[in-house]
Design a protein around this ligand. Sequence first.
Ligand code: ADP
Ligand code: MG
Length: 389
Amino acid sequence: PQRAAQLPNSSSSYLGMLGGGQLGRMFVHEAQALGFKVLVLEPEADCPAGQAADQHLQAAYDDPEALAKMAALCASITTEFENVPAASLAWLAQTRFVAPSAACVSIAQNRIEEKQFFSRCALETGIYPAPHAVIASLADLETISDALFPGILKTARMGYDGKGQVRVKNLEELRDAYSNMDGVLCVLEKMLPLAYEISVLVARGANGEAVVYPIAENVHREGVLFTTTVPSPHVSADAANQAQKAALKLIADIGYVGVLCIEFFVLKDGSMVVNEMAPRPHNSGHYTMDACMSSQFAQQVRAMAGLPLGDVRQHSPCVMLNILGDIWFDGSTLRSPAWDKILALPSAHLHLYGKAEPRPGRKMGHISFVASSMEQAQADLRSACKILG
Ligand code: ADP
Ligand code: MG
């Protein structure tokens, strides 16, 4: 029963998607391009993936009836959201091809398990996680080494876009910060001197075939991804090679199937640290849609369908700009962004996610600037930033 979906010929077959956000929406578009239908399970009405899907099951991710419907209809099931209950994936996997597996997703759901996994592989990858300590109770605070300050306290679970993180200079600030965490499991990480941040996107099929995309360089603003530039302006050929090899090693080590994104820090002394991984396509991989032979979402569809993975080659330099809900607001008035001016830029590829309501900090879309030179892509990015304010 656990075979991947087959490419549909006359009667279309269904792929299942847990999660209804923009990553699910872009998966739906790629799946439909290969003739599949998609069933999306998502509790929210009118969600980005639900709008595009052939069917939207509006129910909780752990609703037994909804999961049973999903298993009845779909040959293969995947996720676009790492906090989907691992138990739902495990249940579906009893009768259907589910990728990534519950075991892989559980590792990515927990920073502590993630760091244990990275540490275990570090002998082979040569890349370690940041020095850190697990904090499970007040008593653990008393055993923290001074070498971890200044540090960042992070919740072990459910953190994203810089949420669930507090920077602490010393033990006293750590005590304060931890006492506001409601007793949840945390990790204290040493604050590292970052030169820049990169991510490595890898995809692996059920047959073990794996591919790795070029290094993407990421700039964050207020904890949220702001731009991704590929090729990375800073990474050396050696560092790029090491990070790509490490990513391939990590994805094979846990027998991961699907698309995985691994974030690395490059420190001021040139050394590399592995930060975290996302068990799904990633915001920093959106550039693949317009600048590579196969997009990260196409790879996810191929992996779900047991098809050969696509060509990861990048055909043009690219800068991706995230569009947050903030640009809809001008003081107290709502304004509409000038899409006509953006689309007049020759390199601009605009993607909007169909979210009903713009909110500050909410990811509403992105623009990939794809040009024959990086200079042109960056010039158009600057023009767009002026237009969008
Ligand atoms: P999230 O799940 O919110 O993406 P991250 O662990 O990636 O959490 O942290 C968000 C950002 O905070 C990183 O992209 C990086 O800029 C910064 N950061 C996180 N950990 C460290 C660290 N140990 N040292 C320095 N900066 C860090
Ligand atoms: Mg991150």
